[in-house]
Design a protein around this ligand. Structure first.
Ligand code: ADP
Ligand code: MG
Length: 311
């Protein structure tokens, strides 16, 4: 049986620190990122890719805001869908080109993906996730009128939105069917568009963002992945991260990582959700979760680097 991996690409897969995020930069970064993915595919893995969208969805929000007198601004869920399209297109094209160059005959497709959340998730009462760019006070007032919640930070105003817990991937069955057909799938980008189930109506979008690592885990569960590979900008998960005695974790079991998680080694909003995703994946039948840096994805999957979490 072919092994299956869900690979979550961190923000640095597409935009490097200090870059403006022009489309040329993003394509150049994506071409680099897919190199290790090609090696993984060459090794025979079935692959589902997912990715973050922070800077991209932020840019779309800003464009909406700047053009609001010319075209109606779009709500957040729509902006997330747009970002899935634009990022999916980049990865799809770069990966297809790279595969073809290696003589690998495989198709790549992006699935616009919705993620089911609970309408009663307490996160909806307490928006905590700042998203997108900084706005000045005038812009912030307009956004408040549009119904956004805003928070004032050092560098200006930002939109804050709820970040509910993902429960299920709506398009899971089609993603699975595509994998069974040998197709490489890009899905649940930016954590997916959060939707709730309403009686007598069906699915309905909500103004929120879902953490991409937690959605990647639901995706991994749904397709019966063997490995959840979370790629980011650090080579290992560390204990006492940022202090002089920080210590890389190379191999760690479920019980140990749960204890470190409870001891507060992994902050919310960065390493926290990755660890929670790893814990959930193992508890829900996954074999191995790996957290590693994006340039060594292939080596990490082979067991040569990265933090490996197993039962
Ligand atoms: P991504 O876009 O890949 O999701 P994040 O910024 O959300 O990136 O998460 C990765 C970051 O988590 C690292 O750059 C690092 O600064 C931070 N981090 C926080 N705690 C830890 C830890 N214990 N070990 C490693 N990295 C950590
Ligand atoms: Mg993150």
């Amino acid at each position: 049986m072919t092994k299956r991996a869900v690979i979550a690409l961190g923000g640095n897969a597409l935009i490097k620190p200090g870059q403006k995020g022009t489309i040329y930069e993003q394509f150049a970064n994506t071409r680099e990122t897919v190199k290790s993915i090609v090696k993984i595919i060459k090794d025979g893995w079935d692959v589902v890719l997912t990715h973050g969208n922070g800077p991209q969805v932020g840019a779309i929000l800003l464009q909406n805001q700047a053009g609001r007198d010319l075209v109606p601004p779009m709500p957040l869920g729509i902006c997330v869908a747009e970002s899935q399209g634009l990022i999916g297109y980049m990865i799809q094209q770069c990966l297809s080109n790279a595969l073809r160059k290696e003589g690998i005959n495989k198709d790549v497709v992006t699935i616009v993906t919705q993620v089911l959340v609970d309408d009663k998730d307490p996160a909806f009462e307490n928006p905590t996730k700042p998203i997108g760019p900084y706005f000045n006070e005038d812009q912030a007032l307009k956004l408040l009128k549009d119904g956004y919640q805003m928070t004032k930070q050092k560098n200006g105003w930002r939109i804050v939105v709820p970040s509910p817990d993902p429960k299920a991937i709506i398009e899971a069955n089609i993603i699975k069917a595509l994998l069974d057909d040998g197709i490489i799938v890009i899905a649940a980008g930016g954590g997916g568009m959060p939707v709730v189930e309403r009686k007598g109506w069906g699915l309905d979008g909500r103004e929120a963002v879902v953490d991409k690592d937690l959605s990647a885990e639901r995706l991994a569960e749904a397709i019966g992945a063997d490995v959840l590979l979370i790629l980011t900008d650090v080579p290992y998960v560390y204990l006492n991260y940022g202090s002089e005695d920080q210590e890389p974790l190379r191999k760690v079991n479920l019980e140990e990582i749960k204890k470190f998680y409870e001891d507060g080694h992994f902050p919310a909003g960065s390493m926290g959700p990755k660890i929670l995703a790893a814990i959930r994946f193992l508890e829900n039948g996954g074999e191995r979760a790996i957290i590693a840096d994006i340039d060594h994805a292939w080596e990490a999957l082979k067991g040569e680097t990265g933090t490996h979490i197993t039962k």
